[in-house]
Design a protein around this ligand. Structure first.
Ligand code: TXA
Ligand code: MG
Length: 359
């Protein structure tokens, strides 16, 4: 279901105006939304998620109806939130909004410190999901929304996931817009420095695609001389090593090396879930007759893989596996987003490492 009645949207708008929280679908993952002009409501997001207040959140803005897209004045929409909109940033917006691209700008002085974690930048995006758009258009203001999961956990891609995350904890309105299509969080690009554009979080929109559509060259944080400019990289909670983490231990295996990955866990009891590419034949683990291996087929198309990644991790995490193994994603920029999420999920996974995880 990707549409929702206008009565429900009206109720959600009212909830936001009253300082309440509304979880809503975006094309990437579900967000936990609050009025971007209400400091108390924003604080509620942090306490609900268990997220440290120093981690900034993204402001979500309405995009105009499709038929107005060609004539939309993006600069007018964004300018109340930012200090300055460069020609390059405007090109990125025109090419990718509404859509899964978040831009980090120098913030307008009116942007609340609760949003930015005290930094002088603000992250903004216009999501494409019709339910998010209906909510934002009717609300007529910015809505801050981190992913609607407990701090450090796997992001939710369905309304049921959100309800499961916050079960019994609060009076939370959840808009059900069906399953998220993109499946991993938006690409984040920093345009705040004025002279270069930096990738802060890989996603489905890649630097190559950005260059092809806009001519804007996006550099990687590793390409910046960090020692010369220690303040160049803003805090990004998604940049913590442990993130997006299931409670079941998760590891990656190199092509054909399932046994090597298993040998890392000599005391493994019996039940192991192994994700295998749809393009590969079945695993044969004759050497381990005592291990009950279940194969889960995953797509070898990067976008398809991304769209189901969190769903698969959540489903496996709810079953009683001792270990989950995923194949290492192939090299190539289109895999960077899922490789990034999988590596962090591995690092934070398992019951003993829960406390290391970050949002
Ligand atoms: O796809 C998405 O971006 C989803 C949907 C709900 O829009 N949102 C999302 O929010 O992933 P969250 O809070 O889970 O992750 C946002 C990331 C965090 O890592 C945060 O640190 C970073 O964006 N961020 C927010 N404001 C920033 C800023 N001013 N500078 C640098 N990073 C920022
Ligand atoms: Mg998150």
């Amino acid at each position: 279901m990707s549409t929702i009645s206008s009565v429900v949207i009206d109720e959600a708008v009212q909830t936001l105006r009253n300082g309440g929280l509304v979880a809503f679908p975006t094309e990437t993952v579900y967000g936990l939304g609050a009025d971007a002009k209400n400091p108390a409501a924003i604080k509620k997001i942090f306490t609900t998620k268990g997220r440290p207040s120093s981690h900034p959140v993204i402001v979500h803005l309405a995009a105009p109806e499709k038929f107005d897209i060609a004539t939309v004045d993006w600069a007018a929409l964004v300018s109340p939130w930012v200090q300055n909109l460069s020609a390059e940033a405007l090109r990125l917006i025109e090419a990718f909004w509404p859509g899964p691209l978040t831009l980090v700008f120098k913030k307008h002085e009116s942007v609340l410190k609760e949003i930015t974690g005290g930094q002088d930048t603000v992250a903004i995006r216009a999501p494409a999901h019709p339910v998010a758009q209906a909510l934002l258009r009717k609300f007529k203001g910015g809505v801050v929304a981190p992913s609607a999961n407990r701090f450090g956990k796997v992001s939710p891609t369905s309304a049921a996931d959100v309800r499961g995350e916050f079960e019994g904890v609060l009076d939370l309105m959840v808009l059900d817009g069906g399953d998220c299509q993109v499946g991993i969080e938006s690409t984040i690009v920093d345009v705040s420095s004025g002279d270069r554009t930096v990738l802060l979080r890989p996603g489905i929109i890649t630097p190559h695609e950005i260059f092809a559509k806009t001519g804007v060259q996006v550099c990687l944080p590793s390409e910046i001389n960090q020692s010369a400019e220690p303040a160049a990289l803003p805090r990004v909670s998604g940049s913590l090593r442990a993130h997006y983490a299931p409670a079941t231990p998760l590891r990656l295996y190199a092509p054909g090396r399932v046994l090597d990955a298993l040998s890392e866990f000599p005391d493994i009891k019996s039940r192991v879930a192994v994700a295998v590419w749809d393009s590969e034949s079945s695993l044969v683990l004759d050497d381990h007759p005592s291990i009950d291996v279940e194969e889960v087929v995953v797509s070898s198309d990067s976008a398809d893989f991304a769209s189901k990644l969190y769903r698969t991790l959540r489903d496996l995490d709810q079953q009683t596996w001792d270990l989950i193994l995923f194949p290492e994603p192939p090299s190539g920029e289109e895999w960077d987003g899922v490789r990034d999420r999988l590596q962090r999920a591995c690092f934070g996974s398992g019951p003993s490492s829960r406390s290391q995880a970050s949002s």
